[in-house]
Design a binder for this molecule. Sequence first.
Ligand code: NAI
Length: 311
Amino acid sequence: MTIDFKDKVAIVTGAGGGLGREYALELAKRGAKVVVNDLGGTRDGTGHSDAALKVVEEIEAAGGTAMSNGSSVTEYDQMEKMVADAKQKWGGVHILINNAGVLRDKTYAKMSPEDFEFVLKVHLTGSAFATKACWETMREQAYGRILMTASSTGLFGNFGQANYGAAKLGLAGLTKTLQLEGAKYNIRVNTLSPVAGTRMTEDLFPEEAFKLFDPVNVVPAALFLVSEDSPTNAIVGAGAGGYHSAWVMMNDAVWLKEEERTVEGFAANWEEISAQNNLRAPNSGSEQSGAILTAMQKVLGKDAAPSSARG
Ligand code: NAI
């Protein structure tokens, strides 16, 4: 079965190079009309260039349809205009890949508050702004596929990337609530955690690894996650031809007797509380509370349930 994107309008942010460019080229090859957004700055987010325009020329030379957009994802009015332009030209917006990103790595001890805030602004606020600008259109169309770009740093941590990691895990969190709010409108939201040899990683990977981590290997995962039959609320890792899923999981609650509910009682039970046993991945926060409620009913009997399990 061929997966195509005919009659779909897709926006890819940060598509002037690296992973975003590959997504844009493949979406266009498979029939989508593509908005190639990119500010065209340096890796740390300074400056401008016509990077987006060059990718549009590439797409058009290959027979595809695209328009360039040189605005910054951090400016909400510019994101609204980008969506309005796409709608005016092509009648809608069906796919959004939030991919734009910058790096300002430093150990936390040396990281300035400005560098913390800027990285959050581009990745987290930028993705939220681009998404917000598309949201109403997708609700009206009863169709939307949105991909957030997280990272292993966000999901698991990495030395020297506190700003980047905080933003990236925030994007997985944004996915989790938007997929709930979008479900009724056929809007599906997923998170991708890529690994690729791009300018973002050029001084981190040795040359051989750089080749192995060709960004084209991430494209299958990204495009499936914005396709008609995509899942929702998935967190998918992709790099060098390896693909996996990740979850935010919880174990079963340990029920402490009233007299054990002290700091010392908690400490005495820490091994069991922190054991990776019977893990499951709730689909929403209320499922977490629900699981606690069910377990509580089992342990204490039906009448012991609290009146509210939200939190
Ligand atoms: P890249 O540096 O080639 O691409 C990022 C693009 O975003 C650049 O073209 C840049 O001009 C654009 N951009 C930056 N600020 C912008 C803004 N305010 N508005 C619009 N565009 C802006 O890097 P790469 O590797 O292709 O990164 C793509 C995404 O994948 C990023 O979100 C990155 O954090 C993420 N990622 C990449 C990994 C890798 O191994 N390359 C690992 C994990 C995540």
